[in-house]
Design a protein around this ligand. Structure first.
Ligand code: FES
Ligand code: FES
Length: 149
């Protein structure tokens, strides 16, 4: 089936299989940063932005992307670079496998929440798991990036 998807501001004609999920379609198109961990909607590794909202691409049919703005890490290079610098400063740079989904969620949160509390930040990030960490370095980095005191 041929569909049109707008990915990182560029319109693409995409051939998808019946019932194909967005993660698989994006990966086939070469967006290798759209990763996969659990495929059950539990880990957040596959997060992309759909019209700016964090969305689990492993459990979103590719056809749900029709008519929407799909954003992967490559589409947010300025904010990604800013957040990566803060993460490094806080010593929270690790294996990086979870970073694309986590970073996109943090970017969306910064746009959505003004001066969030720590609990609100934690709540927003509940769906993004990281196997490498105790999360404290990441939390420090997120607070700094969000300019939360
Ligand atoms: S791979 Fe999508 S939530 Fe884990
Ligand atoms: S940094 Fe390794 S899984 Fe998160």
């Amino acid at each position: 089936m041929e569909i049109k998807l707008k990915i990182n501001g560029i319109n693409k004609e995409v051939t998808i299989k019946d019932g194909e999920y967005l993660q698989s379609a994006l990966k086939r198109l070469g967006f290798l940063n759209v990763r996969k961990g659990c495929e059950t909607g539990s880990c957040g590794l596959c997060t992309v932005l759909l019209n700016g909202k964090p969305t689990l691409s492993c459990s979103t049919l590719a056809v749900r992307g029709i008519g929407k703005e799909i954003t992967t890490l490559e589409g947010e290079s300025v904010e990604v670079a800013k957040f990566a610098e803060v993460l490094t400063d806080e010593g929270a740079d690790q294996c990086g496998y979870c970073s694309p989904g986590f970073t996109l969620t943090v970017i969306a949160m910064k746009r959505e929440l003004e001066s969030p509390t720590i609990d609100e930040i934690k709540h927003y990030l509940t769906g993004n798991l990281c196997r490498c960490t105790g999360y404290m370095g990441q939390l420090r980095a997120v607070k700094k990036y969000m300019e939360v005191k």
